[in-house]
Design a protein around this ligand. Sequence first.
Ligand code: PMP
Length: 397
Amino acid sequence: MTTHAQRWQAALMNNYGTPPLTLVRGEGARVWDAEGRAYLDLYSGIAVNALGHAHPAVVEAVSEQVRTLGHTSNFFITEPALQLAERLQALLGRDDARTLLCNSGTEANEAAFKIARRTGRPEIIACEGAFHGRTMGALALTGQPAKRAPFEPMPAGVTHIPFGDVAALDAAVTERTAAVFLEPILGEAGVIVPPEGYLAQARRITAERGALLVLDEVQTGIGRTGYWFAHQAHGIVPDVITLAKGLGGGLPIGACVGFGAAAALLEPGQHGTTFGGNPVSCAAALAVLDTVAAEGLLAHVDRLGKEIRSRVEGLGHPLVGDVSGAGLHIGVGLTAPVAAPAAAAARDAGILVNNATPDRLRLAPALTLTGDEAEEFLTALPAVLDAAAAQHEGQGN
Ligand code: PMP
C-alpha cells in the first residue's frame, strides 16, 4: 500500500522537509489526521486560523460570496474589498489609511519594500532574526543569513541590525534610510519581545530622520496579542503595516496598509496582483473581523494568554527557561536545544506545537481557544518536557 509519505515524495517538492502528518479535517482548535487521530492544534497554521478551523462565520461568508460574485479583475472594485479597507481604517482609527490587498504576508512586505524604494532613498534597515517572507525582496529583509545565502545576490541596500537595541537603531538610521522594517514581536525567531519603549523609540528616530517605519504585523495583527494590532499597545502610528495570516481566517490574503503620505508613494500601474482583493478572501476577512469583535476575543486572548504564560512559568520545570509573548502569541524558551523532540513528544500526546528554533517552542492557537483546551495543553506539558529532557540526557548531554 502506498503511504502518504510516499505519495508526498513522489508529487510535491520538498520545500519544508518531511511533513510529519497528513491532515484531513479541522474543527475549532482540533484537527484530524489521515488515520483518524485527533490533535489539539496550537499552531493554527502559524497564527492563520484566527477563529479555528471551519468556523461557521467564515464558512457562511465564503460560501455566500462564492455564490454571489467570485473573482473579477482588479480593474473593478468589489463591495467586500471596499468594506474590508473601510473596516481596517476603523480598527486602526485612521481615515488616512489606504489598503493594498494581495495574497500573503510575503507579498504585503514586497509592496512595502516597493513603497520604501519610492521614497528615493537607497537604504533599508531591518533586524537580525526577523522573518518577512521568502520571495527575493522579502528575503532580503529577512534577518536570517542562512535563508538568504543560497539565493545571493539579494536586492541591494538592506542592512540588518540587532533587534530591540535602540542605540543600534539610532546609529543606523540616517537621511539615506528609506525605511525601517520591524516585527513588533519576532515571531519565527521564537516570540521575542523587545524591551519596553523600543517601538516608541523606533517611531521617534524614524520620524526625526524622515524614514518610514514599516511594521510587519503579519503574525502579531488581528487580535493575536490582545489588541487588533500589536503597535496599538505602544501608542504609536507607523507609516505602513503589513497584514496576512489571521486576517483571512484560513483563506489566503495579505494587506499592505499605508498611512498619510506613505500611502501615496505607489502610483497607478506600479504594483498589483491578479488575486489581490478577491471578494472571497475579503468576505472571509470581514467575517473574521466581525467575529473577533462580536465574541469579545481581544479580552479573551489577553486573559487566556496571561493565564497560559503564568502557568507554564509556574510549572518550575527545569527545561523551561523563559516564557515570552503577548496574548496568544506565546514562546517557551528551553534550557537545552530540545524543541524538536519536545514538539514530537507533544504530537505523540495529541498536541501540535511549533519548534520555532532549536530551543524555543511557539504557540499560536486560534483566538477562540477555550480554557478547557488550554488546560489540556497545560496538563500534558510536564510529561512532554520530561520526554524531551530524557531524550537529551539519553544522548549523553
Ligand atoms: N512576516 C512575518 C512576520 C511572518 O511570520 C511571515 C510568515 N511566517 C511572513 C511575513 C510571510 O508570510 P506568508 O507566509 O503569508 O507569505
